[in-house]
Design a binder for this molecule. Structure first.
Ligand code: ZN
Length: 280
């Protein structure tokens, strides 16, 4: 039969008239990057789902805010973030993931320096367990109301994402930003937050970790001295440590890491995104 009966179509047409189409928009993200999302909504009970997983969202009376990330190790698959109220989709953001070429850095090192002794391996593993716990218990609200800023006004000696080739073999990637620094240079906090770690670690030496809330953390490594303690609330720009060359390093510098939702991402993109969000 060529014509579909109107009686059969009626329930479908009716449901289309009732269900409001969600607002939708498109965004582009690259591996290792973050996106600050804002939604206009007065519903304080909204939830956000990206790739089918719940992502923390902070809902206010007039808007909801969230940070979305794409892993450095992305499979480049497009994905959707849906803002939901109960089971109703209020808004959808379609993300296109576009490949990004990260530079490679060739390093020549003594092969003995690459392998860890059993004792050091044991220490590094034990510290990892402590860090995992810290990263799993972020404050459930954004602890900052301003944009992120660079932790040092100095030359960047290694950018985020640089592939590291040791003795002509790719051994990994540098998922932080390195700044040129002497022993004893001032290290200020990139933004307001709560100090959740201040101590000595095998890889990053004397280290400060700040929780900025909603699974956003910054890490300051290879310091000569830490000037804050766990539980301290810090402001953006507050002096938290002095730079140095502790831990596994070939010379004094500051290693700045940004970890969001369990992944190290590019701190410079976080700075740009929050500058736009807070109109700075
Ligand atoms: Zn580094």
């Amino acid at each position: 039969m060529k014509y579909i009966s109107l009686t059969l179509l009626a329930p479908f047409l009716l449901s289309c008239a009732i269900a409001k189409n969600p607002v939708s928009r498109e965004e582009t993200i690259h591996p290792g990057e973050v996106k600050w999302l804002e939604f206009k909504t007065t519903d304080v009970g909204v939830k956000l789902f990206c790739k089918g997983q719940e992502v923390k969202v902070e809902a206010h009376k007039d808007k909801a805010q969230a940070i979305v990330i794409e892993s450095y190790f992305s499979d480049l698959q497009p994905f959707t973030c849906s803002l939901k109220s109960n089971d109703q989709v209020l808004e959808e953001v379609f993300f296109k993931v576009v490949e990004k070429e990260y530079k490679a850095e060739k390093l020549k090192v003594d092969s003995k320096r690459i392998a860890l002794s059993p004792k050091n391996q044991k220490r590094a593993d034990a510290e990892q367990l402590v860090l995992n716990k810290i990263y799993a218990s972020s404050e459930p609200r954004f602890l900052f109301t301003k944009a992120f800023q660079e932790p040092m006004n100095s030359v960047v000696t290694s950018v985020y994402g640089t592939k590291r080739v040791y003795n002509n073999v790719k051994k990994g990637q540098h998922l932080g930003t390195d700044y040129r620094a002497a022993i004893g240079d001032k290290v200020p906090a990139a933004n307001a937050g709560k100090v959740v770690f201040a101590g000595d670690l095998f890889y990053t030496g004397w280290t400060v970790i700040i929780d900025h809330g909603m699974d956003v953390f910054t890490v300051y490594g290879h310091c000569s001295k830490t000037l804050v303690k766990e539980g301290d609330m810090v402001e953006r720009g507050q002096l938290i440590a002095l730079s140095g060359n502790t831990g596994r390093t070939s010379g004094p510098h500051l290693h700045w890491g940004v970890k969001i939702q369990g992944q190290y991402v590019d701190g410079f993109v976080l700075i740009d995104e929050t500058k736009k969000a807070f109109k700075e």
